[in-house]
Design a protein around this ligand. Structure first.
Ligand code: BG6
Length: 483
């Protein structure tokens, strides 16, 4: 019997980004706007078409800096690079019959650089950036027609990059449309959306995801397709069993998405939830068959922090989901460390980052045990990271806090691997500073590489290595031993 003592050989160390958060060139070479391109600075989840400044339009101009940036990832020794392909570069409105050749050529060149620098490529097919036209004309994923537009996009990519892209992820953080992120995840107008809309959209995404598994496997049998869920470890506020019941309910709200994509069917608790909330999913028998027959090959998840929950929190959520204007009534203090409202009580045992996110490496260990225990499929950590304000001093940033954060999370991964968790890779979020999804800030910096650009869009765009650049390089070279 062989026990895996540490990171397996070939472990995929790397980094992750999303096209809309860094490429820029939002209207170059035939690209049209995506839902991200009408998100102004400082506004989360709501489109606004009359703002003066949109941070994604220029991003960090990766579109014109990709060679230099990929060379830097290569210099750190990345084994994998996860990013997305901007759908609106390939099908600018989403409805064209033929893809935009210029858009495809950009990724041809970029993928060649990645390969030449020794990286496997992992592509998120949809990362908060569907063509704006599809949101405007069809109301996004509420409409079943989205499935065929998506399948066309997937088919073009799978054929073009057969043997080049080894890993595909269907939807970034599938399920976040039920957490007030429906504009980004599904192109649904958040001012009028209902729970019914959001779950119906998820159903269409499940069908599209299974179709993508089928299409990609048929075109490239060596490629692997995974899902991405958002995961926050949840602790009960107290040992009151009622608090733990809330934790279970909350976890099911999240598991729902991975249960369907991995186990291939809607779980009983979901039907119960739909009944209690007057949700009626429209589906066909063929949908359910497709979902059953084409589960994903592996699970990936994003992990930044943990939350706390209590029975009082559940009451506030119930009020929230029943109210049409989506404002939470009553006591919201138990929302805990919530991604969306950030109004909550925080966990007294954990430190917080300046933007109020708990730092919880043990939570990552618990997440790995929990998810592997539940599914027993290979796992990839699609995102993890620390975003803070930083200043360049003498051409660098002395970010020891980032190294400590990463070290502690690596220790948690190692512990899970020793226990038998089949973890095959890890991607640090934003290895180069990019635009924050939540706030549109440049100043919420995650990178090992600093980019000279501020929240108003000013700066030279020059890149500088931070101290953590050298540290992560050493960690990768030693396969996670030299911490
Ligand atoms: C993840 C998203 O939830 O969190 C990324 O997939 C996002 O797109 C990341 O950037 C970090 O969040 P933020 O708001 O700090 O950019």
């Amino acid at each position: 019997i062989k026990v895996q003592e540490t990171f397996p050989e070939g472990f995929l160390w790397g980094g992750a980004t999303a096209a809309n958060q860094y490429e820029g060139a939002y209207n170059e070479d035939g690209k049209l706007p995506s839902v991200a391109d009408v998100q102004p600075h400082g506004v989360f989840g709501y489109p606004d078409r009359s703002a003066k400044y949109y941070p994604t339009h220029k991003g960090i101009d990766f579109y014109h800096h990709y060679k230099e940036d990929i060379a830097e990832f290569g210099a750190m020794g990345f084994k994998v690079y996860r990013t997305s392909v901007a759908w609106s570069r390939i099908f600018p409105t989403g409805e064209e019959d033929q893809p935009n050749e210029k858009g495809l050529e950009f990724y041809d060149k970029m993928f060649k650089e990645l390969k030449d620098n020794g990286m496997e490529i992992m592509i998120t097919i949809s990362h908060y950036e569907m063509p704006l036209h599809l949101a405007d004309k069809y109301g996004g994923w509420k409409d079943r027609k989205m499935i065929e537009f998506f399948d066309k996009f997937v088919t073009v990519m799978a054929k073009r990059w057969k043997g080049i892209v080894k890993y595909w992820l269907t939807f970034n953080e599938i399920g976040n449309n039920i957490h007030k992120m429906e504009w980004m995840t599904a192109g649904i107008d958040p001012t009028t959306s209902t729970l019914q809309d959001n779950y119906q959209a998820s159903h269409h995404q499940f069908v599209a995801s299974s179709m993508a598994v089928k299409t990609i496997h048929e075109i490239d049998p060596d490629a692997k397709v995974g899902s991405v869920i958002e995961y926050k470890t949840i602790y009960p506020m107290s040992c009151d069993p009622k608090d733990s019941l809330v934790v279970t309910t909350e976890k099911q709200r999240g598991y729902f998405f991975s249960d369907v994509q991995i186990r291939g069917e809607y779980p009983g608790y979901a039907w119960e939830y739909f009944k209690d909330n007057d949700i009626e999913i429209e589906y066909t028998d063929e949908d359910m068959e497709l979902i059953k027959n084409y589960p994903v090959d592996f699970l990936s998840f994003t992990y930044y922090r943990s939350r706390i929950a209590s029975k009082d929190y559940l009451e506030s959520v119930q009020k929230e989901t029943n109210s049409s204007d989506k404002e939470v009534e009553g006591d919201t203090s138990y929302r805990g460390d919530d991604n969306i409202l950030n109004t909550g009580k925080t966990n007294p045992y954990l430190e917080l980052t300046p933007s109020g996110w708990s730092v919880d490496p043990d939570g990552l260990y618990l997440a790995l045990e929990d998810l592997y225990g539940r599914y027993q499929v290979p796992i990839f950590i699609a995102e993890n990271g620390l975003g803070v304000k930083e200043e360049l001093i003498d051409g660098t940033v002395n970010d020891t806090y980032r190294m400590e954060f990463l070290r502690d999370h690596i220790i948690s991964m190692k512990k899970a691997i020793r226990n038998g968790v089949d973890l095959f890779g890890y991607a640090w979020w934003g290895p180069i500073d990019i635009v924050s999804n939540g706030s549109g800030q440049m100043s919420k910096r995650y990178g090992f590489i600093y980019v000279d650009r501020n929240d108003a869009g000013e700066g030279t765009l020059k890149r500088y290595r931070k101290k953590s650049f050298y540290w992560y390089k050493k960690v990768i070279a030693s396969n996670g031993e030299d911490l």
